[in-house]
Design a protein around this ligand. Structure first.
Ligand code: C2O
Ligand code: CU
Length: 489
Protein backbone atom coordinates (compact mmCIF):
# COMPACT_ATOMS: atom_id res chain seq x y z
CA UNK A 1 0.00 0.00 0.00
CA UNK A 2 1.53 3.26 -1.10
CA UNK A 3 0.33 6.76 -0.70
CA UNK A 4 0.36 8.27 -4.18
CA UNK A 5 2.87 11.06 -4.32
CA UNK A 6 2.63 13.99 -6.65
CA UNK A 7 5.60 14.79 -8.81
CA UNK A 8 6.50 18.45 -8.77
CA UNK A 9 5.21 18.84 -12.31
CA UNK A 10 1.88 17.23 -11.52
CA UNK A 11 1.65 19.32 -8.38
CA UNK A 12 2.09 22.56 -10.30
CA UNK A 13 -0.50 21.42 -12.81
CA UNK A 14 -3.05 20.55 -10.16
CA UNK A 15 -2.35 23.76 -8.28
CA UNK A 16 -3.01 25.67 -11.48
CA UNK A 17 -6.20 23.71 -11.99
CA UNK A 18 -7.23 24.52 -8.45
CA UNK A 19 -6.63 28.20 -8.79
CA UNK A 20 -8.45 28.20 -12.12
CA UNK A 21 -11.31 26.49 -10.34
CA UNK A 22 -11.19 29.06 -7.60
CA UNK A 23 -11.54 31.78 -10.20
CA UNK A 24 -14.61 30.26 -11.74
CA UNK A 25 -17.22 32.07 -9.67
CA UNK A 26 -15.70 35.34 -10.82
CA UNK A 27 -16.16 34.47 -14.47
CA UNK A 28 -19.49 34.67 -16.19
CA UNK A 29 -21.82 31.93 -15.11
CA UNK A 30 -22.34 31.32 -18.81
CA UNK A 31 -18.86 29.93 -19.11
CA UNK A 32 -19.43 27.59 -16.20
CA UNK A 33 -22.63 26.31 -17.80
CA UNK A 34 -20.80 25.49 -21.06
CA UNK A 35 -22.10 28.48 -23.00
CA UNK A 36 -19.77 29.78 -25.66
CA UNK A 37 -20.22 33.46 -26.38
CA UNK A 38 -19.50 35.15 -29.69
CA UNK A 39 -20.09 38.54 -31.30
CA UNK A 40 -20.57 39.17 -34.99
CA UNK A 41 -20.71 42.61 -36.51
CA UNK A 42 -22.23 42.86 -39.99
CA UNK A 43 -20.81 45.88 -41.79
CA UNK A 44 -19.28 47.25 -44.95
CA UNK A 45 -15.61 46.58 -45.54
CA UNK A 46 -12.95 45.98 -48.16
CA UNK A 47 -11.28 42.69 -48.99
CA UNK A 48 -8.47 41.59 -51.26
CA UNK A 49 -10.49 39.14 -53.37
CA UNK A 50 -8.62 39.35 -56.67
CA UNK A 51 -4.88 38.70 -56.71
CA UNK A 52 -2.44 41.62 -56.76
CA UNK A 53 -1.90 43.88 -58.65
CA UNK A 54 -5.68 44.30 -58.51
CA UNK A 55 -6.86 46.44 -55.65
CA UNK A 56 -9.27 45.38 -52.96
CA UNK A 57 -13.02 45.19 -53.41
CA UNK A 58 -15.86 46.75 -51.45
CA UNK A 59 -17.76 43.96 -49.65
CA UNK A 60 -20.24 43.45 -46.84
CA UNK A 61 -18.88 41.07 -44.24
CA UNK A 62 -18.76 40.00 -40.59
CA UNK A 63 -16.11 41.52 -38.34
CA UNK A 64 -14.29 42.95 -41.35
CA UNK A 65 -13.32 39.41 -42.42
CA UNK A 66 -14.11 37.47 -45.56
CA UNK A 67 -15.42 34.88 -44.92
CA UNK A 68 -16.66 35.82 -41.48
CA UNK A 69 -14.85 34.39 -38.45
CA UNK A 70 -14.99 30.62 -38.06
CA UNK A 71 -17.20 29.80 -35.09
CA UNK A 72 -15.89 26.54 -33.69
CA UNK A 73 -17.47 24.72 -30.76
CA UNK A 74 -17.75 21.21 -29.42
CA UNK A 75 -20.89 19.09 -29.78
CA UNK A 76 -23.19 19.61 -26.81
CA UNK A 77 -22.05 23.15 -26.12
CA UNK A 78 -24.48 26.02 -26.10
CA UNK A 79 -23.82 29.02 -28.34
CA UNK A 80 -24.79 32.58 -27.57
CA UNK A 81 -24.06 34.85 -30.50
CA UNK A 82 -24.75 38.57 -30.41
CA UNK A 83 -25.18 39.89 -33.95
CA UNK A 84 -24.78 43.62 -34.38
CA UNK A 85 -26.16 45.20 -37.53
CA UNK A 86 -23.81 47.92 -38.75
CA UNK A 87 -25.17 47.72 -42.30
CA UNK A 88 -27.40 50.34 -43.85
CA UNK A 89 -30.35 47.94 -44.04
CA UNK A 90 -32.14 45.24 -42.04
CA UNK A 91 -30.55 41.83 -41.62
CA UNK A 92 -30.77 38.52 -39.72
CA UNK A 93 -28.55 35.46 -39.34
CA UNK A 94 -29.60 31.93 -40.25
CA UNK A 95 -27.51 29.02 -38.90
CA UNK A 96 -27.67 26.87 -41.98
CA UNK A 97 -28.11 23.18 -41.20
CA UNK A 98 -28.11 23.56 -37.43
CA UNK A 99 -31.24 22.12 -35.83
CA UNK A 100 -32.10 25.18 -33.76
CA UNK A 101 -35.37 26.07 -32.00
CA UNK A 102 -37.67 27.95 -34.39
CA UNK A 103 -37.22 31.36 -32.76
CA UNK A 104 -33.45 31.16 -33.39
CA UNK A 105 -33.73 30.32 -37.10
CA UNK A 106 -33.14 33.84 -38.36
CA UNK A 107 -35.92 34.13 -40.94
CA UNK A 108 -37.24 37.70 -41.00
CA UNK A 109 -41.00 38.12 -40.49
CA UNK A 110 -41.39 34.37 -39.95
CA UNK A 111 -39.29 33.56 -36.87
CA UNK A 112 -38.18 37.04 -35.80
CA UNK A 113 -38.42 40.72 -36.65
CA UNK A 114 -35.55 41.79 -38.87
CA UNK A 115 -32.64 43.38 -37.04
CA UNK A 116 -32.67 47.11 -37.85
CA UNK A 117 -29.46 49.04 -38.55
CA UNK A 118 -27.76 49.84 -35.26
CA UNK A 119 -29.54 47.04 -33.41
CA UNK A 120 -28.20 43.84 -31.91
CA UNK A 121 -30.01 40.50 -31.77
CA UNK A 122 -28.72 37.64 -29.66
CA UNK A 123 -29.14 34.07 -30.86
CA UNK A 124 -28.82 31.18 -28.45
CA UNK A 125 -29.03 27.47 -29.18
CA UNK A 126 -27.37 24.13 -28.47
CA UNK A 127 -24.97 22.48 -30.89
CA UNK A 128 -26.94 19.22 -30.97
CA UNK A 129 -25.12 17.85 -34.01
CA UNK A 130 -21.41 17.72 -34.74
CA UNK A 131 -20.52 18.77 -38.27
CA UNK A 132 -19.74 21.44 -40.84
CA UNK A 133 -22.34 24.20 -40.94
CA UNK A 134 -22.37 27.86 -41.92
CA UNK A 135 -24.14 31.10 -41.16
CA UNK A 136 -25.54 33.82 -43.42
CA UNK A 137 -28.28 36.46 -43.50
CA UNK A 138 -31.81 35.51 -44.53
CA UNK A 139 -32.79 39.07 -45.42
CA UNK A 140 -32.37 39.93 -49.11
CA UNK A 141 -29.83 37.16 -49.09
CA UNK A 142 -29.23 37.32 -52.86
CA UNK A 143 -27.46 40.61 -52.19
CA UNK A 144 -26.28 40.27 -48.57
CA UNK A 145 -24.73 36.83 -49.12
CA UNK A 146 -23.62 37.85 -52.60
CA UNK A 147 -21.65 40.77 -51.17
CA UNK A 148 -19.82 38.55 -48.66
CA UNK A 149 -21.91 38.04 -45.52
CA UNK A 150 -21.30 34.44 -44.44
CA UNK A 151 -18.95 32.37 -42.34
CA UNK A 152 -18.26 28.78 -41.26
CA UNK A 153 -19.72 27.22 -38.13
CA UNK A 154 -17.86 24.07 -37.13
CA UNK A 155 -19.10 21.73 -34.41
CA UNK A 156 -16.39 19.27 -33.46
CA UNK A 157 -17.18 15.68 -32.57
CA UNK A 158 -16.46 14.68 -29.00
CA UNK A 159 -14.21 12.02 -30.57
CA UNK A 160 -13.10 13.42 -33.94
CA UNK A 161 -11.47 11.19 -36.56
CA UNK A 162 -7.70 11.41 -36.43
CA UNK A 163 -6.11 13.64 -39.09
CA UNK A 164 -2.98 15.75 -39.40
CA UNK A 165 -4.90 18.90 -40.32
CA UNK A 166 -8.53 19.98 -40.16
CA UNK A 167 -9.02 22.58 -42.90
CA UNK A 168 -12.08 24.61 -43.92
CA UNK A 169 -12.53 25.86 -47.49
CA UNK A 170 -15.39 28.28 -47.98
CA UNK A 171 -16.00 28.38 -51.74
CA UNK A 172 -17.60 31.38 -53.33
CA UNK A 173 -17.67 33.37 -56.50
CA UNK A 174 -18.01 37.01 -57.45
CA UNK A 175 -18.96 39.08 -60.41
CA UNK A 176 -16.13 41.58 -60.64
CA UNK A 177 -15.36 44.30 -63.15
CA UNK A 178 -11.99 44.58 -64.88
CA UNK A 179 -10.83 46.80 -62.03
CA UNK A 180 -11.97 44.29 -59.38
CA UNK A 181 -15.01 46.29 -58.35
CA UNK A 182 -18.14 44.37 -57.41
CA UNK A 183 -20.73 44.57 -60.17
CA UNK A 184 -23.85 45.72 -58.44
CA UNK A 185 -26.41 44.09 -60.72
CA UNK A 186 -27.78 42.02 -57.84
CA UNK A 187 -31.18 40.48 -58.42
CA UNK A 188 -31.21 41.08 -62.17
CA UNK A 189 -34.18 39.58 -63.93
CA UNK A 190 -31.90 37.63 -66.24
CA UNK A 191 -30.08 35.97 -63.30
CA UNK A 192 -33.40 35.22 -61.66
CA UNK A 193 -34.83 33.52 -64.73
CA UNK A 194 -31.73 31.48 -65.54
CA UNK A 195 -29.19 29.82 -63.26
CA UNK A 196 -28.73 32.68 -60.83
CA UNK A 197 -25.83 35.03 -60.25
CA UNK A 198 -22.87 32.90 -61.29
CA UNK A 199 -19.74 35.00 -60.93
CA UNK A 200 -16.55 35.29 -62.93
CA UNK A 201 -14.09 34.99 -60.03
CA UNK A 202 -13.96 31.94 -57.75
CA UNK A 203 -12.42 32.16 -54.29
CA UNK A 204 -11.41 29.88 -51.45
CA UNK A 205 -11.82 31.59 -48.08
CA UNK A 206 -12.32 34.94 -49.81
CA UNK A 207 -9.16 34.93 -51.97
CA UNK A 208 -8.45 33.81 -55.48
CA UNK A 209 -6.22 30.88 -54.54
CA UNK A 210 -2.85 30.13 -56.02
CA UNK A 211 -1.49 27.08 -54.26
CA UNK A 212 -2.40 25.10 -51.18
CA UNK A 213 0.72 23.78 -49.43
CA UNK A 214 0.70 20.10 -48.40
CA UNK A 215 3.21 17.44 -47.36
CA UNK A 216 3.61 13.90 -48.61
CA UNK A 217 1.94 11.41 -46.28
CA UNK A 218 -0.24 14.06 -44.68
CA UNK A 219 -3.92 13.34 -43.97
CA UNK A 220 -6.26 16.31 -44.21
CA UNK A 221 -9.91 16.57 -43.29
CA UNK A 222 -11.18 19.12 -45.77
CA UNK A 223 -14.46 20.79 -44.88
CA UNK A 224 -15.93 22.19 -48.08
CA UNK A 225 -18.70 24.79 -47.84
CA UNK A 226 -20.33 26.19 -50.97
CA UNK A 227 -21.32 29.74 -50.02
CA UNK A 228 -21.89 30.91 -53.61
CA UNK A 229 -25.26 32.39 -54.57
CA UNK A 230 -25.64 30.14 -57.57
CA UNK A 231 -22.49 28.37 -58.72
CA UNK A 232 -22.50 24.58 -58.44
CA UNK A 233 -19.05 23.04 -58.02
CA UNK A 234 -17.89 19.55 -58.95
CA UNK A 235 -14.36 19.15 -57.66
CA UNK A 236 -11.93 16.68 -59.18
CA UNK A 237 -8.90 16.10 -56.96
CA UNK A 238 -6.98 14.32 -59.71
CA UNK A 239 -4.78 11.49 -58.51
CA UNK A 240 -5.99 12.10 -54.95
CA UNK A 241 -8.98 9.90 -54.25
CA UNK A 242 -11.12 11.78 -51.74
CA UNK A 243 -13.21 9.83 -49.25
CA UNK A 244 -16.49 11.54 -48.37
CA UNK A 245 -17.20 11.14 -44.65
CA UNK A 246 -19.98 13.71 -44.11
CA UNK A 247 -22.54 15.56 -46.21
CA UNK A 248 -24.20 18.72 -44.95
CA UNK A 249 -22.52 18.08 -41.60
CA UNK A 250 -24.02 14.62 -41.14
CA UNK A 251 -21.92 11.46 -41.09
CA UNK A 252 -22.22 9.23 -44.15
CA UNK A 253 -20.74 5.83 -44.79
CA UNK A 254 -17.23 6.69 -46.07
CA UNK A 255 -17.25 6.43 -49.85
CA UNK A 256 -15.60 7.66 -53.02
CA UNK A 257 -17.70 10.40 -54.64
CA UNK A 258 -19.84 9.21 -57.52
CA UNK A 259 -18.16 9.87 -60.85
CA UNK A 260 -15.07 11.04 -58.98
CA UNK A 261 -16.47 14.56 -58.45
CA UNK A 262 -17.33 16.12 -55.11
CA UNK A 263 -20.50 17.97 -56.17
CA UNK A 264 -21.70 20.87 -54.07
CA UNK A 265 -24.74 22.95 -54.93
CA UNK A 266 -25.07 26.31 -53.21
CA UNK A 267 -25.24 25.91 -49.40
CA UNK A 268 -24.10 22.28 -49.46
CA UNK A 269 -21.13 20.97 -47.51
CA UNK A 270 -18.93 17.91 -47.74
CA UNK A 271 -16.26 16.69 -45.35
CA UNK A 272 -13.64 14.72 -47.22
CA UNK A 273 -10.52 12.87 -46.17
CA UNK A 274 -7.60 13.61 -48.48
CA UNK A 275 -4.38 11.63 -48.22
CA UNK A 276 -1.42 13.38 -49.75
CA UNK A 277 0.02 10.50 -51.71
CA UNK A 278 2.05 12.21 -54.44
CA UNK A 279 5.82 12.65 -54.38
CA UNK A 280 7.43 15.44 -52.43
CA UNK A 281 7.88 18.49 -54.63
CA UNK A 282 4.98 17.71 -56.99
CA UNK A 283 1.91 19.77 -57.84
CA UNK A 284 -1.57 18.39 -58.32
CA UNK A 285 -4.40 20.53 -59.68
CA UNK A 286 -7.89 20.56 -58.26
CA UNK A 287 -10.26 21.13 -61.19
CA UNK A 288 -13.89 22.17 -61.06
CA UNK A 289 -15.59 20.10 -63.73
CA UNK A 290 -19.26 20.64 -62.92
CA UNK A 291 -20.04 22.75 -65.99
CA UNK A 292 -18.59 20.58 -68.71
CA UNK A 293 -17.60 23.35 -71.10
CA UNK A 294 -16.44 25.71 -68.35
CA UNK A 295 -13.86 23.68 -66.47
CA UNK A 296 -11.25 25.64 -64.59
CA UNK A 297 -8.34 25.01 -62.25
CA UNK A 298 -9.41 25.94 -58.75
CA UNK A 299 -6.07 25.53 -56.98
CA UNK A 300 -2.91 23.42 -56.97
CA UNK A 301 -1.94 21.17 -54.10
CA UNK A 302 1.75 22.10 -53.84
CA UNK A 303 3.91 19.50 -52.12
CA UNK A 304 6.64 20.59 -49.78
CA UNK A 305 10.07 19.05 -50.39
CA UNK A 306 9.99 17.44 -46.96
CA UNK A 307 7.62 14.46 -46.62
CA UNK A 308 5.67 14.22 -43.39
CA UNK A 309 5.73 10.42 -43.64
CA UNK A 310 6.40 7.97 -46.42
CA UNK A 311 3.09 6.17 -46.58
CA UNK A 312 -0.41 7.42 -45.96
CA UNK A 313 -1.89 6.63 -42.55
CA UNK A 314 -4.52 3.91 -42.16
CA UNK A 315 -6.43 5.50 -39.30
CA UNK A 316 -10.20 4.84 -39.34
CA UNK A 317 -12.28 7.55 -41.04
CA UNK A 318 -15.91 6.78 -40.13
CA UNK A 319 -17.60 9.51 -38.08
CA UNK A 320 -20.02 8.78 -35.25
CA UNK A 321 -23.65 9.52 -36.24
CA UNK A 322 -25.57 12.46 -34.80
CA UNK A 323 -28.75 11.87 -32.75
CA UNK A 324 -31.21 12.12 -35.67
CA UNK A 325 -34.63 10.48 -35.34
CA UNK A 326 -35.02 7.67 -37.88
CA UNK A 327 -38.08 8.07 -40.12
CA UNK A 328 -40.38 5.06 -40.36
CA UNK A 329 -41.18 4.74 -44.06
CA UNK A 330 -44.04 2.27 -43.57
CA UNK A 331 -46.10 4.69 -41.50
CA UNK A 332 -44.86 7.94 -43.06
CA UNK A 333 -47.32 10.52 -44.38
CA UNK A 334 -46.64 11.37 -48.03
CA UNK A 335 -46.56 14.82 -49.58
CA UNK A 336 -45.96 16.08 -53.11
CA UNK A 337 -44.02 19.20 -53.89
CA UNK A 338 -43.50 20.38 -57.47
CA UNK A 339 -41.15 23.09 -58.63
CA UNK A 340 -42.03 25.01 -61.78
CA UNK A 341 -40.99 28.06 -63.69
CA UNK A 342 -37.95 29.71 -65.15
CA UNK A 343 -37.04 30.03 -68.80
CA UNK A 344 -38.43 27.20 -70.90
CA UNK A 345 -41.25 26.85 -68.41
CA UNK A 346 -43.72 26.72 -71.28
CA UNK A 347 -42.03 23.62 -72.60
CA UNK A 348 -42.43 22.03 -69.21
CA UNK A 349 -46.11 22.93 -69.26
CA UNK A 350 -46.55 21.07 -72.51
CA UNK A 351 -44.95 18.02 -70.99
CA UNK A 352 -47.16 18.24 -67.96
CA UNK A 353 -50.15 18.58 -70.27
CA UNK A 354 -49.02 15.46 -72.07
CA UNK A 355 -49.04 13.47 -68.86
CA UNK A 356 -52.48 14.69 -67.80
CA UNK A 357 -54.19 11.58 -69.06
CA UNK A 358 -52.38 9.24 -66.67
CA UNK A 359 -54.46 10.55 -63.81
CA UNK A 360 -51.46 11.13 -61.59
CA UNK A 361 -52.40 13.78 -59.11
CA UNK A 362 -48.77 14.85 -58.87
CA UNK A 363 -48.67 15.67 -62.56
CA UNK A 364 -52.07 17.34 -62.36
CA UNK A 365 -50.96 19.40 -59.41
CA UNK A 366 -47.87 20.40 -61.30
CA UNK A 367 -49.93 21.24 -64.36
CA UNK A 368 -52.34 23.40 -62.43
CA UNK A 369 -49.34 24.85 -60.68
CA UNK A 370 -47.88 25.85 -64.00
CA UNK A 371 -51.10 27.49 -65.09
CA UNK A 372 -51.51 29.34 -61.83
CA UNK A 373 -47.86 30.16 -62.14
CA UNK A 374 -48.28 31.72 -65.55
CA UNK A 375 -51.08 33.88 -64.21
CA UNK A 376 -49.01 34.92 -61.22
CA UNK A 377 -46.09 35.67 -63.48
CA UNK A 378 -48.16 38.11 -65.45
CA UNK A 379 -49.46 39.82 -62.33
CA UNK A 380 -46.53 39.87 -59.99
CA UNK A 381 -43.33 39.23 -61.86
CA UNK A 382 -42.94 35.89 -60.05
CA UNK A 383 -40.67 33.56 -61.98
CA UNK A 384 -40.45 30.35 -59.94
CA UNK A 385 -43.23 28.42 -58.23
CA UNK A 386 -43.65 25.78 -55.58
CA UNK A 387 -46.93 23.90 -56.00
CA UNK A 388 -48.08 26.72 -58.22
CA UNK A 389 -47.33 29.56 -55.84
CA UNK A 390 -44.60 32.12 -56.33
CA UNK A 391 -43.77 33.47 -52.89
CA UNK A 392 -43.93 37.21 -52.74
CA UNK A 393 -42.54 39.50 -50.11
CA UNK A 394 -42.54 38.05 -46.65
CA UNK A 395 -46.13 36.97 -46.11
CA UNK A 396 -46.02 33.22 -46.07
CA UNK A 397 -48.89 30.93 -45.23
CA UNK A 398 -47.77 27.34 -44.75
CA UNK A 399 -48.04 25.25 -47.91
CA UNK A 400 -47.74 22.03 -45.89
CA UNK A 401 -48.54 21.12 -42.32
CA UNK A 402 -46.62 18.16 -40.98
CA UNK A 403 -47.82 16.29 -37.92
CA UNK A 404 -45.26 16.72 -35.19
CA UNK A 405 -43.07 13.78 -34.22
CA UNK A 406 -44.42 11.77 -37.15
CA UNK A 407 -42.49 10.45 -40.13
CA UNK A 408 -42.94 12.20 -43.46
CA UNK A 409 -41.89 11.51 -47.02
CA UNK A 410 -41.81 14.50 -49.35
CA UNK A 411 -41.70 13.56 -53.01
CA UNK A 412 -40.22 16.53 -54.82
CA UNK A 413 -40.45 16.98 -58.58
CA UNK A 414 -38.24 19.40 -60.41
CA UNK A 415 -40.42 20.22 -63.39
CA UNK A 416 -37.98 22.84 -64.67
CA UNK A 417 -35.01 22.82 -67.03
CA UNK A 418 -32.63 23.95 -64.27
CA UNK A 419 -30.76 22.64 -61.23
CA UNK A 420 -32.12 23.57 -57.82
CA UNK A 421 -30.50 22.96 -54.41
CA UNK A 422 -33.57 22.61 -52.20
CA UNK A 423 -33.08 23.45 -48.53
CA UNK A 424 -35.32 22.60 -45.57
CA UNK A 425 -34.96 24.54 -42.35
CA UNK A 426 -34.97 23.04 -38.85
CA UNK A 427 -34.47 19.41 -39.91
CA UNK A 428 -32.08 17.10 -41.64
CA UNK A 429 -33.66 14.55 -43.96
CA UNK A 430 -32.62 11.31 -45.58
CA UNK A 431 -32.47 11.35 -49.37
CA UNK A 432 -34.14 8.00 -50.02
CA UNK A 433 -34.67 7.89 -53.78
CA UNK A 434 -33.85 9.63 -57.03
CA UNK A 435 -36.08 9.05 -60.05
CA UNK A 436 -37.56 6.05 -58.28
CA UNK A 437 -34.24 4.37 -57.52
CA UNK A 438 -33.18 4.01 -53.86
CA UNK A 439 -30.06 6.00 -53.06
CA UNK A 440 -26.93 4.07 -52.18
CA UNK A 441 -26.09 5.85 -48.94
CA UNK A 442 -29.51 7.18 -47.83
CA UNK A 443 -27.52 10.28 -46.95
CA UNK A 444 -28.72 12.82 -44.41
CA UNK A 445 -28.78 16.29 -45.94
CA UNK A 446 -30.35 19.67 -45.31
CA UNK A 447 -29.98 20.77 -48.95
CA UNK A 448 -30.52 18.39 -51.84
CA UNK A 449 -29.38 19.23 -55.36
CA UNK A 450 -32.07 18.34 -57.89
CA UNK A 451 -31.16 17.94 -61.55
CA UNK A 452 -33.49 19.20 -64.28
CA UNK A 453 -36.67 17.05 -64.38
CA UNK A 454 -35.47 14.93 -61.49
CA UNK A 455 -37.78 13.48 -58.84
CA UNK A 456 -36.29 13.08 -55.36
CA UNK A 457 -37.87 11.61 -52.26
CA UNK A 458 -36.74 12.72 -48.82
CA UNK A 459 -37.80 11.35 -45.44
CA UNK A 460 -37.56 12.68 -41.91
CA UNK A 461 -39.30 12.92 -38.55
CA UNK A 462 -40.83 16.37 -38.12
CA UNK A 463 -39.66 16.75 -34.54
CA UNK A 464 -38.96 20.48 -34.50
CA UNK A 465 -42.15 22.51 -34.00
CA UNK A 466 -42.69 25.81 -35.78
CA UNK A 467 -42.92 27.43 -39.20
CA UNK A 468 -39.93 26.62 -41.36
CA UNK A 469 -38.70 27.65 -44.79
CA UNK A 470 -38.35 25.33 -47.74
CA UNK A 471 -36.58 27.05 -50.61
CA UNK A 472 -34.13 26.90 -53.44
CA UNK A 473 -30.67 28.00 -52.33
CA UNK A 474 -29.89 29.57 -55.68
CA UNK A 475 -30.59 32.86 -53.97
CA UNK A 476 -31.94 34.54 -57.10
CA UNK A 477 -34.45 31.71 -57.50
CA UNK A 478 -35.49 32.09 -53.88
CA UNK A 479 -35.97 35.83 -54.35
CA UNK A 480 -38.01 35.19 -57.51
CA UNK A 481 -40.60 33.03 -55.78
CA UNK A 482 -39.00 29.64 -55.15
CA UNK A 483 -39.68 29.44 -51.45
CA UNK A 484 -42.43 28.29 -49.18
CA UNK A 485 -43.22 27.51 -45.57
CA UNK A 486 -44.02 24.22 -43.93
CA UNK A 487 -45.50 24.04 -40.47
CA UNK A 488 -44.65 21.39 -37.91
CA UNK A 489 -47.44 21.19 -35.36
CU1 C2O B 1 -28.95 28.76 -46.08
CU2 C2O B 1 -32.92 29.40 -45.88
O1 C2O B 1 -30.95 29.15 -45.98
CU1 CU C 1 -33.42 27.09 -57.89
Amino acid sequence: FRVPTLTRRAFIASAAALSAGAMLPLQSSARAAGIREFRLRAKHGRAQIAPEPYGDTAVWCYDGKLPGPEIRVRKGERLRIAVENALGEETTVHWHGVRVPNAMDGVPHLTQAPVAPGETFTYEFDAVDAGTFWYHPHQRSFEQVGRGLYGPLIVEEVDPVRVDRDVTWVLSDWRLTKTAEMRDDFGSRHDMMHNGRVGNTVTINGRVPDVFAVRKGERIRLRLINAANARISGLDFGSHAPVVIALDGQAVEPHAPEGGLVVLGPAMRADIILDMAADAGSRVSVIDRFYKDLEYRLVDLAYDDQPLRDTVPDWPVALPPNPLPEPDLASAARHEVTFNGGMMGAMVMQEMGGSMGDGSSGAMGGMMGSMGGMMNMMHSGGIWFINGVAAEGHIMDPMLTLARDKSHVIAMTNATAWHHPIHLHGHSFRVISRDGKPTRHREWQDTVLMSPRERVEIAFVADNPGDWMLHCHVLEHQAAGMMGVFRVA
